[in-house]
Design a protein around this ligand. Structure first.
Ligand code: GLC
Length: 437
């Protein structure tokens, strides 16, 4: 009986008559697998949250937090003229930080498209006096300066009447809570097609907003078809979704928000860790979109520690900046980019292309690994002696990474003891171990 049932399902599968099951069996293409490896190697990206909300200067959620009427809110577009926007400058500053990719908000929850779309006039070219396709300029510069471009795309839209209401955006005055899903879904797929057709090679599409329907478990976002469409248009393009769950079929990376994989201080993470490439995003100050009163930027040391700890957990760091309404990146953000860049110039080798090391993260720091090299990143140690639980792995050599000066060590049962010359005070004291094969 069971055998017959299994055979029947198999037949249906072969005939392609079982779409729900079929979508569970997503097989990444060669190009996609290669792109996942590159993504893993790249380790560090910069997130840019930019939209009309930058003019209100209180973050990207103001429209719903203040229950702003959607038709009134849309009038911001008529005054949006970021006269100082210079994609070449942005990309150069970001590249100099050592970041290998930029993730740009093409359309955030407010619903305004920061690119030229045929499917709505509510976009940067048709609705503003600026009339320039910001995404186009950014894409051109990214391709020219050799940095990957990822696209953030919101599943939520607090402006469109056809977007079904979720638990946010209820006070924006849109007339019908049900919206019109098929119209909205088509709109999103049309836009995604534009994004993956008109802007050259796209490294990833970064979805956000799935959680808006978490009180409505039967809601079907129809993700498998959308993901398949992306992979059809650009097979190497990675799909990620900030749903705070284990990855769904069709996704190529696992995203964490404001926490390292396995941690949950901000309350949005803590989900299990999958075998897919990992990325966690964090803000440089306290907000994603530009916030005029928030100049409380994390120190370069904190940012570097976050990046190193992410690498130690085999994850990428996507660090956010909220550009100003005049088109410039905040001066403090530019300072941090430069400081992190100085550090990456020296230590990038111990980060890029590495995987989380065999020694699990400890309160003193983390390890990363590449080939037969293990990099011990000492972030916080009030001692000159460090016990490294390496099991029965043997090492050939231990040097201080920065000056390549050999370091005294002893092999013991269960690992090695490293003898530092002094209690480390560096942002990150990196010890390079050469492992015995
Ligand atoms: C959250 C917020 C959003 C932000 C995102 C970045 O999901 O809704 O504003 O873009 O996090 O991770």
């Amino acid at each position: 009986m069971i055998a017959m049932k299994t055979r029947m399902i198999l037949c249906l599968l072969l005939l392609g008559l079982f779409p729900a099951v079929k979508s569970q069996t997503y097989q990444a293409t060669e190009e996609n697998l290669k792109s996942r490896q590159e993504f893993r190697d790249n380790k560090f990206g910069i997130f840019l949250h930019w939209g009309l909300y930058s003019m209100l200067a209180t973050g990207e959620w103001t429209m719903t937090n203040k229950d702003l009427n959607y038709q009134e809110y849309a009038k911001l577009a008529g005054g949006f003229y970021p006269s100082k926007f210079d994609a070449a400058k942005w990309v150069a500053a970001i590249k100099a930080s050592g970041a290998k990719y930029i993730c740009f908000t093409t359309r955030h929850h407010e619903g305004f498209s920061m690119f030229h779309t045929r499917y709505s006039d509510y976009n940067i070219v048709d609705a503003t006096p600026f009339k320039r396709d910001i995404l186009k300029e950014l894409a051109t510069e990214c391709h020219k300066q050799g940095i990957r471009l990822h696209l953030y795309y919101s599943h939520i839209d607090w402006y469109r009447e056809d977007a079904p209401w979720g638990r946010t955006g209820r006070g924006t005055g849109r007339p019908d809570s049900k919206g019109n899903w098929s119209s909205y879904y088509q709109f999103m797929n049309n836009q995604l097609t534009e994004l993956l057709t008109n802007y050259g090679e796209i490294g990833a599409v970064w979805f956000d907003g799935w959680w808006d329907q978490d009180q409505n478990p039967d809601f079907d976002w129809q993700l498998p078809e959308q993901y398949a469409m992306i992979h059809r248009l650009q097979p190497a393009c990675l799909v990620g979704n900030n749903h705070h769950q284990l990855p769904f079929p069709g996704e190529d990376i696992q995203i964490f928000e404001r926490d390292l994989p396995g941690e949950n201080r901000a309350g949005l993470s803590g989900q299990d860790i999958s075998a897919l490439p990992l990325e966690t995003c964090e803000t440089m100050n306290g907000m994603w979109g530009y916030k005029i009163t928030d100049s409380d930027y994390k120190s370069a040391k904190t940012l570097i520690h976050y990046l190193v700890k992410a690498a130690g957990k085999d994850a990428n760091l996507l660090m956010n900046i909220g550009p100003q309404p005049d088109g410039e990146l905040p001066a403090l953000a530019l300072d941090r980019l430069a400081e992190v860049g100085e550090w990456m110039k020296i230590y990038g080798e111990t980060i890029y292309g590495t995987r989380g090391g065999e020694v699990a993260p400890h309160p003193w720091g983390v390890t990363t690994q590449k080939g037969n090299k293990m990099y011990v990143h000492i972030l916080d140690l009030q001692d000159k002696v460090l016990l490294l639980p390496l099991g029965d792995k043997k090492i050939k050599k231990a040097v201080c990474f920065a000056d390549q000066i050999p370091l005294k060590y002893e092999q013991y049962k269960g690992g090695i003891v490293l003898y530092l010359t002094e209690v480390p005070t560096d942002i990150d004291k990196v010890i390079e171990l050469t492992m015995k094969e």
